[in-house]
Design a protein around this ligand. Structure first.
Ligand SMILES: Cc1ncc(C[n+]2csc(CCOP(=O)(O)OP(=O)(O)O)c2C)c(N)n1
Ligand code: SF4
Ligand SMILES: [Mg+2]
Length: 277
């Protein structure tokens, strides 16, 4: 049978009358936030970065703070985050995002300032800048994407790599007696007095996505309080470097990642600190 397009039957269903409803009778339940640049992304299928970009931009749209938000992009797979989020953004050298964000927020305290950093960026090379910024209680939000590997550079072991996890630099699995245990960075950060709100979330299923969005929404709102640093860690799917399908990667988070990195709030603000809400 020929597959020539010209021979295919032409449908005569008017889009405006699908299911017997006029277009304006439908309730819009989902739209791409207008705060995102309308372009294709470079991320692999099933990658968490694209989803988290969208969640951040949904929050920015809902809070109507597009012209008041400044992001700081890292080095890593999300290095081009500024190509996708339609806000003012600055690039930072590897690991230095919190230092750059400190300068931006101190010069423009009325802005909502966030960093977007992977685990290689934040927990390895940038751990010093990150801990000192939180210890100073900088009024910034840190979005910490923990996918347990250096994604961009082909999956080397990161400080957050799970015990026994195979990476390009731990081909026999991470041996904790040799490399040390994975660092629970959010628990470490929460111990610093400047940390105001610390939570660990994921985006591997619809409920997790909703909880992550709520955490991001709260963290952006808390910046109005000037009470310290907010940290939203997100366990990110990296199917390409985990050598899994997107579905297997989503399962791996529930079955393996959460054993080392349990999801949930790690430090929440005291009720008296939230009086204005
Ligand atoms: C000072 C410095 N060291 C190392 C690199 C190489 N490098 C670029 S991205 C990257 C890994 C980033 O991994 P991560 O922050 O976890 O982000 P992901 O790609 O996993 O999202 C590395 C090691 C670099 N660019 N600069
Ligand atoms: S390598 Fe991993 S973190 Fe990087 S874009 Fe692909 S899935 Fe995402
Ligand atoms: Mg990573």
């Amino acid at each position: 049978m020929s597959t020539d397009l010209h021979e295919l039957p032409v449908t005569n269903v008017e889009p405006a009358l699908v299911c017997g409803k006029q277009e304006d009778e439908y309730e819009v339940v989902y739209h791409k936030p207008a705060t995102m640049v309308d372009t294709a992304m470079h991320y692999c299928p099933g990658c968490a970065h694209s989803l988290v970009h969208k969640l951040i931009m949904e929050v920015v749209e809902e809070l109507d703070i597009q012209d008041k938000t400044v992001g700081v992009a890292p080095v890593g797979c999300s290095v081009f985050a500024y190509d996708y989020m339609d806000i003012d953004m600055s690039e930072a050298a590897h690991g230095r995002a919190c230092a750059v964000a400190t300068g931006i927020k101190r010069l423009m305290p009325e802005k909502y300032v966030f960093t977007y950093q992977g685990d290689g960026d934040l927990a390895a090379i940038g751990i010093a800048e990150t801990l000192h910024a939180i210890n100073r209680g900088e009024n910034i939000l840190i979005v910490f994407m923990n996918n347990a590997v250096y994604g961009m550079t082909s999956g080397q072991m990161a400080p957050t790599t799970l015990p026994g996890m195979h990476t390009t630099t731990s081909p026999d699995g991470r041996d904790v007696s040799f490399y040390g245990a994975p660092i629970k960075v959010s628990e470490l950060m929460a111990n610093l007095p400047g940390a105001f709100f610390v939570t660990r979330q994921a985006v591997n299923n619809p409920n997790a996505v909703r909880r992550t969005k709520k955490a991001l929404l709260n963290a952006f709102k808390y910046q109005q309080l000037h009470k310290g640093t907010c940290i939203v860690e997100i366990i990110g799917n990296c199917p390409s470097n985990w050598k899994m399908t997107p579905v297997e990667a989503a399962k791996f988070i529930d079955e393996e990642m959460v054993k080392t990195f349990p999801l949930g709030d790690i430090k929440i603000p005291a009720a008296e600190d939230l009086k204005i809400f």
